[in-house]
Design a protein. Structure first.
Lengths: 111, 113
């Protein structure tokens, strides 16, 4: 079966660094997505990792270890606007677009 | 470039009724996926269409169905509505299945009374 685990909630201070972990067990794994979703809004794309390693994109970085079924999203220099839910999703299925989402990590950034 | 649009944005129905939701993908996108989002279960994959063909289906009962038209617009239908079908229904479009970014629409908030 498909299983994605991530913490339910996290709190961090403005200007700090926070790491959101995600572990997955899926068949036919192709890659790992991270999405950001503000309350009442649609998810927006942050990153997609296919190969092992760290990919940096401005204040956000994402890491993948395929052998460990593990990924994390690293947010640096936190801003209040980063308060949102962060969803990790495993991309699986050859020749099709099927994403299995975790339940999301609600991040609260406090002053 | 216009984003993904979904209509209606809000819908209230009663148990036993059926509902049709519509999604217009970004121009040029041929893959459309549908998701159900609830507080308890998070985002769950319903199905994905590509060039009018259903390529993949999630673990939902047969009451949930969909289709895609030649212009890539997609509809999903839920028959015999149940209280548990109350959710945000999101559609997302992409250019293909290679792992490119999926762009989500604003969703349709369905409430079943």
């Amino acid at each position: 079966g498909q299983n994605i685990d991530q913490p339910t909630e996290m709190t961090a201070t403005e200007g700090a660094i926070v790491q959101i972990n995600c572990t997955y067990q899926t068949s036919g794994f192709n890659g790992l997505f991270w999405y950001q979703q503000h309350a009442g809004e649609a998810p927006t794309f942050l990153s997609y990792n296919v190969l092992d390693g760290l990919e940096e994109k401005g204040r956000f970085s994402s890491f993948l270890s395929r052998s460990k079924g593990y990924s994390y999203l690293l947010l640096k220099e936190l801003q209040m606007k980063d308060s949102a839910s962060y969803l990790c999703a495993a991309h699986s299925g050859a020749g099709s677009y099927q994403l299995t989402f975790g339940k999301g990590t609600k991040l609260s950034v406090i002053p | 470039k216009a984003g993904v649009t979904q209509t209606p944005r809000y819908l209230i129905k009663t148990r036993g009724q059926q509902v049709t939701l519509s999604c217009s993908p970004i121009s040029g996108h041929r893959s459309v996926s549908w998701y159900q989002q609830t507080p308890g279960q998070g985002l769950q994959f319903l199905f994905e269409y590509f060039s009018e063909t259903q390529r993949n289906k999630g673990n939902f009962p047969g009451r949930f169905s969909g289709r895609q038209f030649s212009n890539s617009r997609s509809e999903m239908n839920v028959s015999t509505l149940e209280l548990g079908d109350s959710a945000l229904y999101l559609c997302a479009s992409s250019t293909d299945f290679s792992g490119n970014e999926q762009f989500f629409g604003p969703g349709t908030r369905l409430t079943v009374l």
